[in-house]
Structures are given as structure tokens and as C-alpha cells.
Design a protein around this ligand. Sequence first.
Ligand code: CS2
Length: 499
Amino acid sequence: MDLALNQRHLSQITTQITTQIADIQAISTPKYDRENTDIGIVHLGPGAFHRAHQAVYTENAMNLSGGNWGICGVSLRSATARDVLAEQDNLYTLAILDKNISYQIIGAIKEILVASEQSDEVITRMSLASTKLVTLTITEKGYCLAADGSLDLSHEDIKHDLENPTAPISAIGFIVESLKQRKLNGVKAFNVLSCDNVSGNGDKLRRAVLDYAKQFDASLRAWIDTHVAFPNAMVDSITPKTESYTIESVSKAIGLQDNWPIQREEFTQWVIDSNWQGDRPDWENVGVIFTNDVEGFEKAKLRLLNCLHSTLAYAGSLAGFETVFDVTSDKGFYQFITKLATEEIIGSFTAPKELDVTAYSHDIIQRFLNPNIRHLLAQIAFDGSQKIQMRVLPTIEDNLTLGRSTKLLSLSLACWFEFICQALKSGKEIVDPMANDFANMPALLSNDVREVIEAFLSIESIFGQTFKNNKQLKAQLVDSLTTLRIGDIKNISKIVDQL
Ligand code: CS2
């Protein structure tokens, strides 16, 4: 196929409806004047999730109401996205693969910069008055936080930026340096919107930014504190990484070569704190929920969807499954995560009054059974040392306080322990910012389960002080890990029954 997706071809791709057996395929293209739309948002971390979620809401907002809300994506390290998308005018296809299949060509991203090569251009873009919002998907580790939620000043990226503030490498460094430029030049501050799976993401980012600014200039810190909003937000849409089959199937469907399409489920949700002022796209009229109870929504999502995801990622990988669909289709694992959700997660938090949390939990598990989405457990297993802090540990902590069961949560945590231990023993790569730390902990190779548990719980940057001193939890973890090691995790029901 010689036709590359680009701006010139957009007019040729009319909204085609081709009917195929059992599903309708629709292809839509930008309805706003893309070539004359200016950039109003800088997004740090334009990975798969950003391009399938926030960029799509912004696209739909511009289709509905216009506005200069073009996005400049800033890759903090890799140049791949910039180089591939530059070949196709930064256009890409969103493939929604669910009961219905549809394709939407997204034009919201107008520019992609690579921070490690173009830091001056990034700061210039972030310092322009036309940039009203900085949004982020930098994953949990990108916040450079210490266990107590403060900025980790010993983090290598933060140390670099403190010594080279005008040529930063961290998201926080770029935010503060560009705000400093705006303050110096009398340009109104932008607002900052985190779109990561981090509880209290806006609050945590705000604290980190203020901690960083304080290292340089108290007046800059005070100016940011006064003029920049950091609303909390919850984001949700299951978005596997793009694989070669995605590129082939999407290019065939749209009749043009798209070298970087994005695939996603139909379900999508974005909940943003309503308590802030500032210019933004017409998001509320394209489905974004603005509320003063983000916390309830984020707890429901992190503790249910993401905890069940991580549980399946480790338990399912140990059992030899490859995808979320495969492992959820196994009756024993389906029953395990249903029991975990029903008996130990629901009830551990106050759900938003408008959310039927039982139905929400059931729907999440049904979403895992989407046969059109090939979501690799290995992808979800990345960065477990960061993810369990948002997804598993807060529920354990609350259940211990409330006197509720933590048996199945302990099994979930033990599955992560065993996943790490088996990777260390086999020499399999561990994708985690703490991979080197684990490799330097010989106790994790021990056959003595108690020694393994003590070693993990001693990692204060993950478990703080409380977990290692809780005898009940420690006993449950020893019981879970022992059962995992002597039993066959493929028969998860038997393991659960033995606990
Ligand atoms: C997944 C999330 O990779 C992971 O850790 O659990 O990316 C998950 O797909 C999204 O949070 C769903 O909204």
C-alpha cells in the first residue's frame, strides 16, 4: 500500500460506512479546521494512553466547539513517536475494538518534541501565552516522589535538574522552568492536569512542583502556589500498546498506511475536579465529568479495575497466561477476582453517591472479557513497585484499620512477590524502577518464605513503616506465598480455598 496517511488525504476519507457481518465499521476524520488550529495544550508523555484518551476528548471537543486546543506532545526520552508521526502529519487512527468497531482519524496532536534533544523548544512552547494547559501521562515513577509523598530530592532526574534548571529532563523541571519564564515575562500561568493512575494525582504533582521551586526561589514557589491549578483527575480506558497486527489491520481498514494507530475499548471515562478556573477545551460537552468528588471515582477505579488488573498480571503470568482476556476467561481466575472485588475491595472506600459500585465492579470484569482487545499481562506487570502503592496497599491498610479481611489482597501481593522472585531466579528482565534494588537483595532468592516476606516489607520506599510491623498481615503473606509455592497456581480456586 503506497498511500501514507497525511493531511492531504483527509478530505478523501469521507465518513465511510462499510457494513460487515456482525459489525459496522465507521471512519471519521477531524471536522474542525485543523490546519488553522493553534496549539493550546502541551502534553508531557504522549504515549498510547494519551493518544487514545485525552487527545480524543480534545479532538471531540474541537469537532464540537472549535478552539485553539491543538496539542504539542513532549516525549521525555524516546524519539520514535515524533519521527513516525512526523511522516504522517502527526495524524493517527483511533481504532475502537469492541462490540462495535470504528475508526477515528485524530488530528489534535499538531507537534511532537523530544525533551532530551529539544529542551529549549519545549520550554519555549510551554512559555508561550497561547499554551493554556500542561497535561501529563508520565506514569507513577515520573513524579519522583519519596515514600511520604514529598519530592525525592535524591532522585537522579531531580538532582540533574537542580544542577541544570534551564535544561531539565524531568516533567517537574520543565513545568517549573517554563513557569519561571512566564513569571519573568509577565505571561499568565498555565494550569497543570495530571492524567496518571496516581491517587490524588494533582495534589501530589502540586506538592512536588512546589518542593522543587522552593529549591530555587521562594517567590517563584509562592507565585506558582497562587496562580497554578493542579486539579485531581481520574482517567480510564483500556488501551493496549500498538502491535504490528494493529498497524496492519487499521491500515487495511482505512485504506491508508498508518504506522502508529492506537487501539482501545469502547468504554472511556475522564473525571476532573471542578474546583478550578481556567481556559480548557469544551470537554464537559463531550463526556468529561467535572465533580467535587474525584476521590471517590479514583478510589473506585484504582482499587477495583487497576487492582484486579495487577492481580491478574502477576497471578496470570505465574499460571502461564498471556492476556487479560485469556486469564479472565478461566473460571477459577474469574471467580478469584470477583471474590476479591466483592469481599475485600468494595466496602473499603466511600464510593461516589451516583456510582453503583457492585455493577461498576461487574462491568469492569466484563470489560476484561472483550475478545477484540489483546491486552498483554506483561505490559500491565511493568513498574509493580510503583503500581501496588496506588492499587493494593491502600486497600490493605484501610481493611486492616476497619477490621476487614485482607486474605485475598495478601494473595494478590504475594503473587507480585513470587513474580519478582521467579524473574530473579530465572534471570528474566524485570521492568521496574526498582529492578536493580531487587537484584541486590539476596533474600529474595531464599527458599525461606518468611525471609522473602521480611525482605520485601523492609523496602520503606514501597511499604513505609506500617506493613512490616503488622503481624496479622505478615502471617497472611507467609501463608499465601507458601501456598503459592507448594500449590499449582493454575488451580487458583484450590489455592484460594486453602487460605
Ligand atoms: C493497566 C492500566 O497497564 C496497567 O497498569 O492496569 O493501564 C489500565 O489499562 C488503565 O488504567 C485502564 O483505564
